[in-house]
Design a protein around this ligand. Structure first.
Ligand code: FMN
Length: 292
């Protein structure tokens, strides 16, 4: 057999090419593997029921980009608001900060009754919140019935015990240690009111089709912030709670429709005389504000 003098050169080139191709494929499979790992990274504190793509509305029953039936001929009216002297602005801003800086999450709530009118007013206040395209995608369920409060407690303690003992990792349990929380939630029976805040992931148009609720979770979260401030303003306490994986059972118990998902639960009342809170500090202004 006759060999050309160039044969060893060809063989060497082919070998180099094979090595390059093999290295390339290994790198891309490594990248895919690490991407897959990132995707499946465990985040047990993210409530399954709250994972939805409602801010990117695409499904078979969607409005399909149709006109949503909103009145685009709405009148635009003059607007004016209180104008304060600068000195008063400084005083008011300081006073409001001092009021809200006293807000704490209180897990020891007294069973002393609270006037219903106050609850109506704080919820009206929460309803003044801005919302994506003025969709007002919130429902505030106020539970005052002792039996329903107890059923809520049973559902939450059931799930929370599993969360603490099985679902959540050591990291979560350790992070919560300093707050001394556990799955026993006495305040769910004691508080005169439980306010369960549902986000409406979509609404209904007069023709029965789905109405897109843009940014519904952000909108409802802002409303909750305003509600917390309104509660603080009247001297009531609460603890912002996110009963993990309880949403569907609580929704069924409270007979809410399927477009509503539980975002937060706020037990509301006066603090117990023996209430304690963890001695937390808040970040100073320099750590939370950047001025450019
Ligand atoms: C989104 C969110 C979820 C929370 N979930 C819970 C909860 O499920 N249970 C609880 O006891 N506290 C919960 N908290 C309260 C925090 O632990 C509390 O706000 C934090 O420790 C700071 O304390 P402070 O509210 O007294 O300033 C939650 C707070 C937020 C904002």
């Amino acid at each position: 057999m006759a060999f050309s003098p160039l044969t060893p050169v060809f063989v060497a080139i082919i070998c180099v090419l094979i090595v390059i191709i093999l290295k390339g494929s290994r790198k891309s499979s490594k990248k895919e593997h690490s991407k897959a790992c990132q995707k499946t990274e465990s985040r047990p504190w993210v409530d399954e029921d709250l994972k939805d793509s409602t801010d990117l509305p695409v499904d078979e029953e969607d409005d399909g980009g149709e006109w949503q039936g909103l009145d685009d001929n709405i009148a635009h009216i003059p607007f004016s608001t209180e104008r304060y002297a600068e000195e008063d602005m400084v005083k008011r801003s300081k006073a409001f900060y001092e009021l809200l800086n006293k807000r704490r999450s209180v897990r020891f709530i007294s069973d002393e009754p609270v006037p219903r009118e106050v609850i109506d007013n704080v919820i009206k206040t929460a309803g003044t919140s801005p919302s994506g395209a003025h969709t007002e995608p919130w429902t505030f369920v106020v539970v005052q019935d002792a039996e329903i409060k107890h059923k809520i407690r049973e559902i939450i303690e059931d799930e929370e015990e599993i969360n603490y003992k099985k679902r959540m990792g050591d990291k979560w349990v350790n992070d919560l240690k300093r707050l001394r929380t556990n799955w026993i939630k006495e305040y769910l029976d004691a508080a005169p009111y439980l306010i369960l805040i549902f986000k409406q992931v979509y609404g209904r148009l007069p023709n029965g089709k789905k109405k897109t609720h843009y940014y519904n979770e952000i909108s409802v979260s802002i409303a909750c912030g305003i509600l917390l401030a309104a509660l603080q303003n009247v001297g009531l306490v609460t603890v912002t709670s996110t009963p993990l994986n309880c949403g569907p059972r609580l929704r069924v118990l409270l007979e809410r429709p399927t477009n509503e998902k539980l975002l937060l639960l706020l037990p509301v009342g006066y603090p117990r005389k023996d209430a304690t809170v963890p001695d937390l500090t808040r970040k100073p202004l320099g750590d939370i504000m950047v001025v450019v």
